[in-house]
Design a protein around this ligand. Structure first.
Ligand code: ATP
Ligand code: MG
Length: 731
């Protein structure tokens, strides 16, 4: 049986699977089977007697974990695979924190604050501290706090770090250290952890409590990590605490695909692995099984321009395949049209499904024009990373009620629902409650429960409303243990008045909200039923449901139906995935590379890695597009093609400037398009900064970018107007 597993691997992969004597780093290029090695290694360990609950595997998304479990289940049996500890760092460790919460001063019902909650709390603190929120922008402050946590800088260490303090002074935000401290205190008061706390608190739990650490060292006899290049300092430290004794750790990654440094990911984790583990062995995989030779060679030629990297010689033995194709478009509208037409064409010639296509872009906002054209042409598509279902207002309101019931100390949830639906408890009252809570270092709920003890001075009428609210929430709290999640959830929606509020209107927006609530309740029912089916003894409580939804990302949720759809997503979200045809769109200066990332070589190299990730998602066809003008921020902008296009070996790249859709625009832009392409960006292939975005509004007197010729500049405005008209005519 073990032979069966090994047969599906090449020599280098087999060696990596078979080695179980110590710490192991598999470093390999895209598509060379890193995830496959992890999957088969787990199957191999199980076949050789390791119990599934003794294996911990950490993946980039929960969806990836599910796919891996399914694959392993096919080899060793589904019932065994189900018992594996597998998921993202956040989901795996939040479950451990629930069982060990009391050791770090929390209760097991703690809330997980999402990004919106964190920002809103920061905003409240800034207001309480009477700081100027134009200087202290809540989102920037929250990002800074998050970055500190990812580097394991807790509030005291942050305040004592000369470097962080100096940076904050330079940014004219010297009070961040105080906001950070208050933020941590307020999270504790509310029995809440934000996403970063899930990691930091796990680290603290293991680092300060040896008995507990050893319990988990004993449980997790083998630890495996996918996409290790994108782990941050605290994730690395947790893995280290779990594996330093027995060194049974296998991490796989590709330094050339490290793309999350903005979230604190540290490529040094991979580069220093052999320093962390004395006897670590390095394995390299170089054969790419995903893509044609031309795609692999083109991606190699691009990434070769990065200075910081581990040398690799990735090759493919598949057919040569097509060259990469670059299709410059006149406008973003034309770009969308080109992509849609190509999808239809390739679908016919390759006889494939819509799900074989992906459109990858640098930022979410670029999806709009593609959506528009796909709708017009009836191409089914799915956008990943938009406003997720759980971020919609009505769903967030319901979830806030649930959170309150599971953890009444949850400040952000309480603020959201105390006066929704309206019950006459206004901002002034809330301000008084919050003031009393902070003065006494207790939660808002505690003050509501004992207003006399904390000297809350409000009118008799308001006191009555407050006590009505308190008794309603208390009734639900009493039922939380003895009622299943679905029944209690449904009752809360009805009894709170949300149902009445949402079902009173009949305009399309109201109907959409009603549908969302129905869908949400349906999802809850499924969740309860599935859990009970899996385990007849399971009793599914509201807290279990919250644990599940609070860590769902949009990438994790599956489509509502099984119809094949084109995937639209950012390059960041596409990590680890593969598609027969990939379009990488918007390859222009000021988009890709992002203007925010042009200030240093390090940032530019990360952008180049991002394009490397995008290209290496493609199995057969990789089509790049760029547009000469684009509607952004409410105006037309003109840009030059991305400098990265010049990094790709020209012998592996076809530029298709004419024919197809482009013919429609020949009369006035064919020649200019050629000229545009022949004028590379002035800093192309240099590591020089181009810090200022050049935004050129359509006004006669506005200067066009220097790379364009005089005649070109003259025609720009007129041409763009005509182009707009033509596109609207042909669609
Ligand atoms: P990425 O860097 O994008 O995460 P990866 O290194 O994890 O890629 P995988 O996703 O594991 O690569 O593999 C890429 C593709 O190649 C998959 O479709 C996988 O099934 C296939 N593959 C890998 N190794 C082999 C092999 N030995 N024989 C056949 N197919 C293979
Ligand atoms: Mg992978």
């Amino acid at each position: 049986m073990t032979e069966d597993i090994l047969k599906r691997l090449n020599g280098a992969q087999r060696e990596a699977v078979l080695y179980c004597d110590g710490a192991q780093l598999v470093i390999a290029g895209a598509g060379s089977g890193k995830t496959r090695v992890l999957t088969y290694k787990i199957a191999y360990l199980l076949k050789n007697g390791l119990e599934p609950w003794n294996i911990l595997a950490l993946t980039f998304t929960n969806k990836a974990a599910r796919a891996m479990k399914e694959r392993i289940g096919q080899v060793v049996g589904e019932h065994i695979a189900r018992c594996l500890n597998m998921g993202t760092f956040h989901s795996v460790f939040s479950k451990i924190l629930r069982s060990e919460a009391t050791h770090i001063g929390y209760t097991s019902g703690f809330t997980i604050y999402d990004q919106g909650d964190s920002r809103s709390l920061v905003k409240n603190i800034i207001k309480d501290m009477k700081l100027d929120d134009k200087v202290y922008k809540p989102s920037s402050v929250a990002d800074r706090i998050s970055m500190a946590k990812n580097q394991l800088l807790l509030p005291a260490a942050y305040a004592n770090s000369a470097e962080t303090v100096m940076t904050d002074v330079q940014r004219k935000m010297p009070a961040i250290k105080d906001i950070y401290l208050r933020y941590s205190e307020r999270c504790r008061q509310a029995n809440a952890m934000d996403f970063d706390d899930l990691l930091v608190n796990t680290y603290t739990l293991f680092n300060t409590n040896e008995e507990i650490r050893l319990k988990y060292v004993d449980r997790f006899r083998y630890v495996l990590v996918d996409e290790y290049q994108d782990t941050n300092r605290v994730q690395q430290a947790i893995v280290m605490l779990l594996t330093k004794d027995n060194q049974r750790v296998c991490v796989v990654g590709d330094d050339a695909q490290s793309i999350y440094s903005f979230r604190g990911a540290n490529i040094d984790n991979i580069l220093n692995f052999t320093k962390f583990y004395d006897n670590a062995r390095l394995f390299k995989l170089e054969q790419n099984y995903r893509s044609t030779q031309n795609i692999v060679r083109a991606a190699n030629s691009l990434i070769r321009h990065n200075r910081y990297q581990i040398p690799k010689d990735v090759f493919s033995e598949k057919e040569h395949g097509e060259k990469l194709v670059l299709k410059p478009a006149y406008s973003d509208k034309e770009e969308a049209l080109i992509v849609c037409r190509d999808i239809q064409k390739i679908r016919r010639t390759d006889k494939c499904e819509y799900s074989d296509f992906a459109i990858l872009y640098r930022t979410n906002s670029q999806s709009r024009s593609f959506e528009e054209y796909m709708r017009k042409q009836n191409i089914p598509y799915r956008i990943y990373g938009g406003l997720s279902f759980y971020q919609r207002k009505e769903i967030k309101d319901v979830i806030a009620y649930f959170r309150m019931v599971v953890n009444p100390d949850d400040e952000e949830a309480l603020r959201r629902i105390i006066n929704y639906p309206a019950r006459g408890i206004g901002d002034t009252t809330l301000g008084k409650i919050a003031g009393a809570a902070n003065a006494n270092n207790v939660s808002l709920w505690e003050v509501i429960c004992r207003p006399d003890v904390y000297g809350l001075s409000i009118s008799k009428g308001t006191m009555g409303k407050l006590s009505g609210f308190r008794s309603q929430v208390s009734q639900w709290i009493e039922r939380v243990v003895a009622t299943d999640a679905y029944t209690l959830g449904r009752d809360i929606i009805k009894e709170s008045g949300i149902y009445r509020d949402i079902y009173k209107g009949q305009d399309p927006e109201d109907l959409a909200r009603q549908e969302n609530i129905d869908e949400f309740l349906g999802g809850m029912k499924d969740f309860v039923d599935t859990r009970m089916e899996e385990d007849q003894t399971a009793y599914v409580m509201l807290g279990d449901f919250l644990q599940e939804v609070s860590l769902l990302t949009d990438l994790d949720s599956d489509t509502d139906d099984n119809q094949p759809k084109v995937s639209l997503m950012t390059v960041h979200s596409a990590k680890g995935l593969e598609f027969p045809t990939v379009f990488v769109v918007g390859l222009e200066e000021n988009i890709f590379p992002s203007p925010m990332s042009c200030n240093s070589i390090r940032e530019l190299e990360e952008e180049r890695r991002l394009l490397y990730v995008a290209i290496t998602r493609a199995e057969k066809h990789c089509i790049l597009t760029c547009a000469q003008n684009r509607f952004r921020y409410g105006r037309i902008e003109y840009d030059t093609p991305s400098r990265f296009i010049n990094d790709i070996d020209r012998s592996l790249l076809n530029i298709e400037g004419q024919g197809g859709v482009s013919k429609m625009f020949n009369g006035y832009d064919g020649g200019q398009r050629k000229e545009w392409m022949q004028n590379p960006h002035p800093v192309a292939s240099q590591f020089k900064a181009d810090p200022k975005p050049r935004i050129v509004p359509v006004r006669k007197e506005s200067p066009a970018p220097e790379v364009f010729s005089e005649s070109f500049k003259r025609d720009l405005n007129a041409a763009s107007a005509r182009n707009m008209k033509r596109v609207s005519e042909v669609t």
